[in-house]
Write a protein that binds this ligand. Structure first.
Ligand code: PLP
Length: 411
């Protein structure tokens, strides 16, 4: 009999979102016609920017004529897109990143998992708690962990708690870790990292030869001009960091699919004989072998994000979601609840009132207000007692949800 990858059997099978769906369905079945508002999702709701749509329509037309038809493109992405990314996302902010260091892909979710292909089995891996579950599950699948305990923590991983006490920024570990996943602005807490905080991480990583996986999927939501958008704004980051970016949350590409990963040429890791070797050729080889590029049409759509119209339209989209987040923050703060995030991120992280557990608060909110959020404990043990509310929804739904909360929980 063929042998399966037994590491998959360790996975706490899709616990969070299926459980939410189960409870919402049970409620809906018991209350037919109930108008349930979903503020639990991590998906955008507003349509694609016009500039992107127009660019994609034009690209589809090009595919219809022999002289402009495109077959396979470069696995790394078209040069015209990589150059715009390098220039407008990085060089314009003073980051020393070149087009050849940008690898265009069909998503950051897959890139954050696939990156493990070019690293060895024996690295000590750190994640934050709460965490974007993809970082953990892909390490479990790759056999980098032991079994999970009751709280869902896997042996072999180092968990760095994000708490109100540390302002939801990742504490630098006292032990040596080789690979570190950081996500700022953070999903789920909505917290941001200052230049000083990231400098401390870069200094830690360079001193120990560690590598930081920096997920900047939400950088477009940064409104505070003092905050870094890229880890390469930090001195020394070229020698210790890989950055993941996506068009999903800035330009609403969650269903269109385009993202990119930055692997600096100067980044090195250790070979079995103890030498240091560049990682760029490995990622280049990995992508050329296992990936055949993003569709021409979609890359033209992504390119339009960098046009003046595209920039203005993306800015409007972000403003729209941030205004939703502001409404959520204000209304919940007025109830006397402790609220975090939601200023430079589309997520508001709430301390549950009366010290309710995350799931008890989920049930209460659903039962009394017919509003769905995401229990913080679903993102990790340190998320217990917290709750994530997403700003990805229409203005009407957000306003209606907040009016209900005020009615139910207001004095
Ligand atoms: C939404 C999200 C992404 C983007 O994933 P895509 O596959 O590019 O859509 C990446 N990281 C985090 C933490 C996210 O929440």
């Amino acid at each position: 009999m063929a042998i399966l990858n037994h590491h998959y059997l360790k996975l706490k099978a899709g616990y969070l979102f299926p459980e939410i769906a189960r409870r919402v369905k049970a409620f809906a079945d018991a209350h037919p016609g109930a108008d349930i508002i979903r503020l639990g999702i991590g998906d955008v709701t507003e349509p694609l920017p016009l500039a992107c749509r127009q660019a994609m329509i034009k690209a589809v037309e090009e595919m219809g004529s022999r002289d402009t038809f495109k077959g396979y493109g470069p696995e790394q992405g078209y040069a015209w897109l990589r150059e715009k990314i390098a220039q407008q996302d990085f060089q314009s902010r003073g980051c020393d990143i070149g087009a050849e260091e940008i690898f265009v892909s069909d998503g950051s979710k897959c890139d954050t998992g696939n990156i493990l292909d070019i690293f060895g089995k024996d690295n000590v891996i750190a994640v934050t708690d709460p965490v974007y579950p993809v970082y953990v599950d892909t390490n479990v699948m790759a056999g980098h962990t032991g079994e999970a305990n009751e709280g869902g923590e896997y042996s072999g991983l180092v968990y760095l708690p994000l708490t109100a006490e540390n302002n939801f920024t990742a504490p630098i570990p006292s032990q040596k870790v080789d690979l570190i996943y950081l996500c700022f602005p953070n999903n789920p807490t909505g917290a941001t990292a200052t230049k000083e905080h990231l400098q401390a991480w870069v200094d830690y990583a360079r001193a120990r030869g560690s590598i930081i996986f920096f997920d900047a999927a939400y950088e477009a939501f940064i409104t505070d001009p003092s905050l870094p958008h890229s880890i390469y704004e930090i001195d020394g980051a070229r020698d210790c960091a890989i950055e993941f970016r996506s068009f999903s949350k800035n330009a609403g590409f969650t269903g269109t699919r385009c993202a990119f990963t930055v692997v600096p040429r100067t980044l090195k890791a250790q070979t079995p004989d103890g030498a240091a070797a560049e990682l760029w050729p490995l990622w280049n080889r990995r992508q050329s072998t296992k990936f055949n590029g993003v569709s021409y049409v979609v890359q033209r759509g992504a390119e339009a994000v960098y046009s003046p119209e595209g920039q203005a339209q993306v800015k409007d989209l972000i403003q729209f979601y941030l205004e939703n987040a502001r409404l959520i923050r204000d209304e919940l703060a007025a109830l006397g609840w402790a609220v975090y995030g939601g200023v430079n991120a589309p997520y508001v992280w709430v301390k549950t009132p009366q010290n309710l557990s995350s799931w008890d608060f989920f049930d209460l909110l659903l039962d009394k207000a017919k509003v769905v959020g995401t229990p913080g404990s679903g993102f990790g043990a340190a998320g217990e007692g917290y709750f994530r509310i997403s700003a990805f929804n229409s203005r009407e739904k957000v306003q209606e949800a907040m009016a209900r909360l005020t009615q139910v929980f207001g004095a």
